[in-house]
Design a protein around this ligand. Structure first.
Ligand code: GAL
Length: 663
């Protein structure tokens, strides 16, 4: 049970020391609890190898702590200093174009470099020794945003060497590798591990098993890097929570894996920054240009809360326009507050705003903050006042378990990336679309990874699970839950082979389906599915021809195999032989919820309702006032019914009909 904690990202090194005391006092006055510092300070603390200048950071921590703030320290490994790069240029990452990425910004290191790993551990140990027992240091952030600037996949010489070692360890013999990769195809077999190259810069598409292995290898390197630092911090700073700030929409490494070594999973939330590059339609982008997508915050907070075993912090919250997206619009008035409460409602323990004061020089000068560079308050500082007032009106709560779980598996997303077929299979976007459609119906969700506990859910949805191991299939079969399984699930073995029994491979018994053929259609084909009713609805163009002896509850309308099964239901699982577009998706999900004993409520596109403990939260992303659903007794604690535009209503739930998990 906790109340919302608030914090700010602070860069004292960018300001004259004479301002630190006043900054700290104002942070406390404004109701902030946390201050996150130091993630890019290595070059300042150790200006040359072995010479440390701790004095200023000691002083800053003292000032912040004495003012009453809890300090979140960071290890500074996201920005190695120039002298280290000069000493060891081989630590630099290499892009897929073979170009070495140089010094002068950040994240200029390659996860494959053992030299860098040792250096990162050395500096993390220095920071941990210095501040691990400091009474004001209450938590640690490791590094900063692992895949920022797309640095997880690096094509360096050390990556090549590391990949070869990883493969030798995995396959033991080159014959096994040849067999597993299927290198007989195009005569690309190898006679030794030292012949293997990285899967970039080729004439045509690389071997998919090789590419998937490279993703696995790269993800393992992130885990190794992260865990090494977590272990050091645990040794030197016991009792302090350890976190890392994951990014939105980032699937390049296995976040389930990395989260295992963290106490709390962190997330950096930029709802507007991430809007224009998202998979939403132009119409939706227009509609939510100044609010961000209604499910941005919920999706990531639910995902990372689940990975954090219930514990999640927003470590950077967008305060106004950012400076790095395609275009950088201003949020509508009220949105910083709305995002903050949405994060809390979806399980965040704390929300920290990025950043205290707008930069006066160097990169990111256009990026807003709580205060402008002249110290005048900006939008987020104004909205923070209301957030603090709201907080006083709310009792502490904890988010409970949901009735519906969504399976998200990183290897499956990599698999569709390396063998896409074509763009009629939108891969990770499918996961987001299913999440959004469920949220529009008021459904609260947990995420589960392939290794997680699957018990206690009424419905488990698998929007995109290309790789389903025998063990996972057995565990899915053993749950009490009904299953909704998206197209292409189970269609590859862990080695990226077509399953011996064809797709959906390990899910064949559960679904009673055998996929005979896959085709993809251009938009102009305009084919549809008839599902429960007489309005044919569209799909993305990804279409499977299946053989089944189970109930067919949706059929293709087509000039090819007209009437063939599109939605198939067995006793326990519903299988989709296509990727439904929005209208069809909503219908299918609604039907699956009812089948699992859950009553969906239609909240429309702009209203989102969720529950945290005994509190109900409603968020209005639209431009007109929206009424709360009329059923249930409730006592409103914040806001009103109707929920005003870009506003938040919070109530104490007495008898609001709930979705209770299956027993
Ligand atoms: C994040 C990063 C921060 C800052 C911010 C600007 O990705 O972690 O250091 O650059 O973006 O929005």
């Amino acid at each position: 049970m906790s109340k919302l904690e608030l914090g700010v990202c602070y860069y004292p090194e960018q300001w004259d020391p004479s301002r630190w005391r006043d900054d700290a006092a104002r942070m406390v006055d404004m109701g902030l609890d946390w201050v996150r510092i130091a993630e890019f300070t290595w070059g300042l603390i150790e200006p040359e190898r072995g010479r440390f200048e701790w004095g200023w950071l000691d002083e800053v921590i003292g000032i912040l702590g004495e003012a009453g703030l809890r300090v979140m320290m960071s290890t500074p490994t996201a920005a190695p200093p120039k002298w280290l790069v000069d000493e060891h240029p081989e630590i630099l990452p290499v892009g897929p174009d073979g170009q070495v990425r140089g010094f002068g910004s950040r994240r200029h290191y390659c996860f494959s470099s053992d030299v860098y790993l040792a250096e990162a551990c050395r500096i993390a140990t220095e920071y941990a020794r210095r501040y691990g027992q400091n009474p004001y240091v209450k938590a640690w952030q490791i590094d900063n945003e692992y895949n920022d600037h797309e640095t997880v996949l690096s094509y360096s010489d050390v990556a090549r060497q590391g990949f070869r070692r990883w493969l030798a360890d995995r396959y033991r013999s080159i014959d096994v590798l040849n067999e597993t990769w299927g290198t007989v195809f195009w005569g690309s077999s190898y006679s030794g591990f030292d012949q293997i190259e990285l899967p970039n810069g080729l004439v045509a598409s690389p071997n998919p098993t090789q590419s998937l292995d490279f993703r696995r290898y790269s993800s393992d390197r992130v885990r190794l890097f992260s865990k090494a630092q977590a272990d050091i911090l645990r040794d030197h700073s016991p009792g302090r929570d350890i976190t890392h700030n994951f990014m939105a929409g980032s699937f390049e490494f296995d976040h389930h894996d990395v989260a295992t070594d963290l106490d709390v999973v962190g997330f950096d939330s930029y709802p507007l920054g991430n809007l224009l590059g998202s998979g939403l339609s132009d119409q939706e982008k227009h509609r939510y240009l100044r609010t961000g997508a209604p499910d941005y915050q919920g999706f990531h907070c639910d995902l990372y809360r689940s990975q954090g075993r219930g514990r999640m912090w927003v470590l950077e919250q967008q305060p106004g326009p950012v400076d790095w997206a395609e275009k950088n619009p201003s949020p509508a008035e009220g949105m910083v507050r709305l995002w903050t409460w949405a994060a809390y409602a979806h399980g965040a323990e704390a929300v920290m705003f990025f950043r205290w004061r707008q930069a006066k020089s160097a990169q990111e000068q256009f990026h807003t903050a709580l205060f402008r560079s002249d110290d005048s308050p900006d939008q987020a500082a104004t909205e923070l006042k209301q957030i603090v007032l709201d907080r006083a009106a709310l009792p502490p709560t904890k988010r409970g378990k949901a009735a519906v779980a969504m399976l998200l598996d990183y290897a499956s997303i990599w698999a569709a990336d390396v063998l896409p077929h074509d763009d009629s299979f939108p891969n990770a976007q499918i996961v987001r679309d299913w999440y959004a459609a469920l949220r529009e119906m008021g459904v609260d969700l947990d995420f589960v990874g392939p290794e997680d506990d699957l018990s206690g859910y009424a419905l488990i949805v698998l929007p995109q699970s290309m790789i389903v191991t025998q063990q996972l299939a057995a565990r899915l079969t053993a749950t009490q839950a009904k299953l909704l399984i998206g197209a292409r699930s189970g269609s590859m073995t862990s080695d990226m082979h077509t399953p011996p029994n064809l797709a959906p491979g390990t899910l064949a018994d559960l679904t009673g389906v055998r996929v005979l053929r896959v085709e993809s259609l251009p938009e102009l084909a305009n084919e549809t599915v008839l599902f429960l009713g007489n309005t044919p609805l569209g799909f993305t163009g990804w279409r499977e021809v299946v053989d089944t002896d189970q109930d067919v509850i949706g059929r293709f309308i087509s000039d090819y195999c007209d009437g063939s099964p599109a939605v198939i239901r067995s006793k326990k699982a519903t299988y989709l032989a296509m990727v439904p577009r929005r209208d069809l998706l909503q219908k299918v999900l609604r039907n699956a919820l009812e089948w699992a004993g859950i009553s969906p409520v239609d909240h429309g596109p702009d209203l989102r309702i969720t529950r945290r403990g005994g509190l109900g939260f409603a968020f209005n992303f639209g431009t007109s006032a929206l009424l709360l659903p009329s059923n249930g007794r409730r006592k409103i604690l914040v806001g009103s019914d109707p929920v005003m535009p870009r506003d938040v209503t919070v109530w104490k739930e007495d008898v609001l009909p709930d979705q209770t998990a299956a027993k």
